[in-house]
Design a protein around this ligand. Structure first.
Ligand code: ADP
Ligand code: AMP
Length: 217
């Protein structure tokens, strides 16, 4: 199954992807995670992406489309994948369509996790991530058992440098102007499934299953 996860920054794409990976046994491909790994490893890609990410802007399409093209050609994507954070504008959505048509492997669904924008700032500024395994927490909504420590691997939790109030404002503007139109792109193709993301994490997961025609409760 080939799935795209849509939704504003902080809507819960990464959180839901953690569960979807286990349910569907498919690779989770997050362009944000790929860029953060590149920054951590000090690669040329990371160096180039960092300034855009710190400003809350989109990394240029040439770079982003290139890394996705490479990634979805890898053998573990043969049975499908869960794309998170890509496509983030209509040009990326069109590029993905061309890539998948070349592989004769069309998308099955675009799940749009819908959360009122006024709730997003609290979600993003309270987000904490494990520096070792990337598991996502929230200081109030999904806290770790032990403060500052990952439940999954014991790694230290950190706050992303782009999860500050100032950068979040830019990211939300970018979302509204450039990413929200992707919803209409997939609606026109009959692939869009809206999921209410403004409920408990477990309930969102059940709603995701329903949107995919599966019963997970
Ligand atoms: P995205 O990948 O869409 O940017 P995340 O999955 O990283 O979003 O979630 C953003 C923050 O909101 C995290 O701190 C996460 O723990 C929290 N979160 C995710 N889903 C929910 C939910 N349904 N209710 C409350 N908080 C949530
Ligand atoms: P995320 O982890 O999805 O919140 O992404 C963090 C940052 O990485 C974004 O604010 C962008 O700067 C960059 N990024 C992630 N995915 C994309 C994409 N598909 N296109 C352009 N930039 C991206």
């Amino acid at each position: 199954m080939r799935i795209v996860l849509l939704g504003a920054p902080g809507a819960g794409k990464g959180t839901q992807a953690e569960s979807l990976v286990k349910k569907l046994n498919l690779p989770h491909i997050s362009t944000g995670d790929m860029f953060r790994a590149a920054i951590k490893n000090g690669t040329a890609l990371g160096l180039e992406a960092k300034s855009y990410m710190d400003a809350g802007k989109l990394v240029p399409d040439e770079l982003t489309v290139g890394i996705i093209k490479e990634r979805i050609s890898e053998p573990d994507c043969k049975e499908g994948f869960i794309l998170d954070g890509f496509p983030r504008n209509v040009a990326q959505a069109e590029a993905l369509e061309v890539m998948l048509a070349e592989q004769n492997a069309p998308l099955d669904a675009a799940l749009n996790i819908d959360v009122p924008l006024e709730k997003i700032v609290t979600r993003l500024t309270g987000r904490r991530m494990c520096k070792d395994c990337g598991t996502i927490f929230h200081i109030a909504f999904n806290p770790p058992k032990e403060e500052g420590k990952c439940d999954a691997c014991g790694g230290a939790l950190y706050q992303r440098s782009d999860d500050t109030v100032e950068t979040v404002t830019n990211r939300l503007n970018v979302y509204t102007e450039q990413t929200a139109p992707v919803i209409g792109f997939y609606a026109e193709k009959g692939l869009l499934r809206d999921v209410n993301g403004d409920q408990d994490i477990d309930k969102v997961m059940i709603a995701m299953g329903e949107a995919l025609g599966q019963q997970w409760n």
